[in-house]
Design a protein around this ligand. Sequence first.
Ligand SMILES: N[C@@H](CCC[C@H](N)C(=O)O)C(=O)O
Length: 274
Amino acid sequence: MNFSKMHGLGNDFMVIDAVTQNVHLSTEMIKRMADRYTGVGFDQLLIVEPPYVPDSDFHYRIFNSDGSEVEQCGNGARCFARFVRLKGLTRKRVLKVSTMKGNIVLTVNADETIRVNMGEPIFEPSKIPFKAIKEEKTYIIRAQEQTVLCGVASMGNPHCVIQVENIVTAQVATLGPLLEQHERFPERANIGFMHIIDRNNINLRVFERGVGETQACGTGACAAVAVGIKQGLLNECVNVNLPGGKLLIEWQGSNQPLYMTGPATHVYDGFIAI
Ligand SMILES: N[C@@H](CCC[C@H](N)C(=O)O)C(=O)O
């Protein structure tokens, strides 16, 4: 099976073309290929498939390194756009793609960065899903001995966003896994730690569901900005500094789609016998 290794700000992917190849992978096979010592190694596997909903160019499936299939992936979306053009699967610069949780539209800019219409952020608890009596801007979660203040949002996938004073000392490795598996997130969640520099700039680290901390999380950046805007702390246009680099997130508020702009990098092509 041919594949490409790609990354979006260090969030790395194995990308497989299932338009021209027959691809049938079990959860065990995905976990084996994800292993950084004995496999290809990746945060997520992206499988590009032919379209099967009207008015779309492709469908793409996303799997975390623990083998779980997920609804959305921001950095993956940009890599998907670069991949289909590199592999000659399309020449379009504006691409419509369906994922497990709806459609997104991607535009490849002249400088090869990619701007993605990620759709509207969702705050309604039952749709995230998050257990709460009613929708709030800020929730209190108790995790073992700690009381955590956070916002929650779905970008197709579930996110929890915690504001921190210092991004370096944020408890990503300890609080991340506790909240990822917290009973108030029935489908687990991605946990973002956000330091607000000013109304247009934030630092962000994300403990990703099904992976652990990554160099960057696109949907995590979108969710952090959406939560920050909803809480009245951020402007409509925000630079998000992640350990792997910078994303630009734009959101004009309720009923408007959110846009993410950033790079996508092809690392190498490979072949794996499975
Ligand atoms: N790295 C991604 C998010 C991938 C999915 C996530 N781990 C989940 O389980 O929802 C991104 O760039 O958005």
